[in-house]
Design a protein around this ligand. Structure first.
Ligand code: HAM
Length: 424
């Protein structure tokens, strides 16, 4: 019987060297910007108690009802591959006593998450987020600083045309009145809603607002809007956020239908959208979550954060052509001709690497033409050629690939020569 071919699971992908180099550039740029703004890195486990996400993300969310990788471990505990990062970081904040640190506590994280979604371009079952969280500061300046940080990131990447959508969904004081009005309106129009949204009226009516169903969308044209139901405190908070964004000339669109797929948010919510044709939902999003720390067993602590999808950002930056070319500027290729040159070339490659000079080459490969071809495909600026004559003389030919000029250099000073030329 033929063996079944082994391959990645549906919705999961290998990241190959070119893509990892690009991803590392995106991650490195993110780290530089968030660290400059005072964020420290936190990494929490991939696997957590299932109850953390059920309580944190919300029992009626899509994530909890149908997207989690949940299983029993060998001791019979229900554990879940983290579908998102905020709940785990809040757990860590509480568990590590970070409430006693000077507030605000500013954290960032980079890593993989798991959601059993229907895969398509930009939607995977394992994906990565670049995220920040700020704990212990309720002021609207925190929301604005966070949003501007994301905006600065896109700007630094030279990713033009990312749009910001913004809304306030109120808090425990004003949400009940809004919810009541919303449920009333949806119930009156129930027969016109898509079936899936009819069911949501009872379970999670706010989610109906960002329904993708065309039947439902028609009903939403006149739906009550959260902004008209905000209490005075939420109104003042939102006005504060907008004032800071305006002061920094950050463009945004108010989207009264914007709600998020996770239940922990209150007040400010936002999402960033890219320009890719048929872009799969948002590039990133977040908001304030002032009750989550308490919900998960900590002392009441205001909080704010966002997450950006690394794979979606990769697609967006690839399409926009803003990723830097791989840097081959400081690498030398050692070409060896024939058996006598084998050991000298082998040694030279190791000595160059020992001295911190990037060097490649295959000593067991014959044919100078093939080796030079490979070197020029790799885009290296220099090739060192060692043949029988050079071995006898204790030299190597240093070839400048930009103009094909060649110079004979003693092997003993080759490392120094390359270090000089590369300035390393
Ligand atoms: P989220 O909106 O669910 O928020 O995810 C954040 C970002 O992760 C999305 O905008 C998207 O770019 C990316 N993403 C989500 N699911 C997938 C997927 N299946 N495939 C590819 N990319 C995906 C959160 O998870 C919140 N924890 C963000 C946050 C941090 N809020 C406060 N702090």
């Amino acid at each position: 019987m033929a063996k079944a071919k082994l391959q990645t699971l549906r919705g999961m992908y290998d990241l190959l060297p070119e893509a990892t180099t690009q991803a590392d550039y995106l991650i490195g740029t993110f780290r530089r910007l968030v660290e400059a703004a005072g964020y420290g890195r936190i990494e929490t486990p991939m696997l957590e108690d299932t109850a953390l996400f059920v309580r944190g993300v919300g029992t009626e969310t899509d994530i909890v009802t149908k997207e989690m990788y949940t299983f029993e471990d060998r001791s019979g505990n229900s554990v879940t591959m983290r579908p998102e990062g905020t709940a785990g970081i809040v757990r860590a904040y509480i568990e590590n006593g970070m409430a006693s640190l000077p507030q605000p506590v500013k954290l960032y994280s980079v890593g993989p998450y798991f959601r059993y979604e229907r895969p398509q371009a930009g939607r995977q079952r394992q994906y990565n987020q670049l995220s920040i969280e700020v704990f212990g500061e309720a002021a609207p300046s925190v929301d604005a600083q966070g949003i501007i940080l994301a905006e600065r990131y896109f700007r630094t990447l030279k990713l033009d045309g990312v749009t910001l959508q913004l809304n306030s969904i109120g808090d425990a004081a004003c949400r009940p009145a809004y919810r009541k009005a919303l449920v009333e309106y949806l119930t009156q129009n129930k027969s016109k809603l898509a079936e899936i949204d009819r069911d949501r009226i009872k379970t999670n009516p706010l989610r109906v607002l960002d329904s993708k169903e065309s039947k439902t969308k028609a009903v939403l044209a006149e739906v009550p809007q959260t902004l008209n139901y905000l209490c005075a405190d939420c109104q003042a908070h939102f006005a504060g956020v907008l004032e800071y964004l305006d002061a920094m000339e950050i463009a945004y669109e108010l989207n009264p239908l914007l709600v998020r797929g996770l239940d922990y948010y209150n007040r400010t919510v936002f999402e960033f959208y890219g320009q890719r044709e048929g872009a799969q939902a948002s590039l990133g999003g977040g908001g304030r979550y002032d009750t989550l720390v308490e919900t998960l067993g900590g002392v009441s602590t205001p909080a704010f954060g966002f997450g950006i999808g690394l794979e979606r950002l990769l697609l967006e930056t690839q399409a926009a052509g803003v990723l830097p070319e791989p840097d081959t500027g400081k690498r030398v290729y050692v070409a060896s001709i024939g058996e006598p040159a084998r050991m000298a070339s082998f040694r030279l490659i190791e000595e160059l690497l020992n001295a911190g000079v990037s060097a490649i080459g295959s000593v067991d490969r014959d044919g100078i033409g093939g080796q030079l071809g490979r070197a020029s495909k790799l885009g290296v600026p220099y090739v060192i050629i060692i043949g029988q004559k050079e071995v006898q003389e204790g030299t190597g030919l240093l070839r400048d690939m930009t103009n094909n000029a060649q110079e004979t250099i003693p092997l003993a000073s080759m490392v120094k020569e390359l270090k000089n030329r590369f300035g390393v």
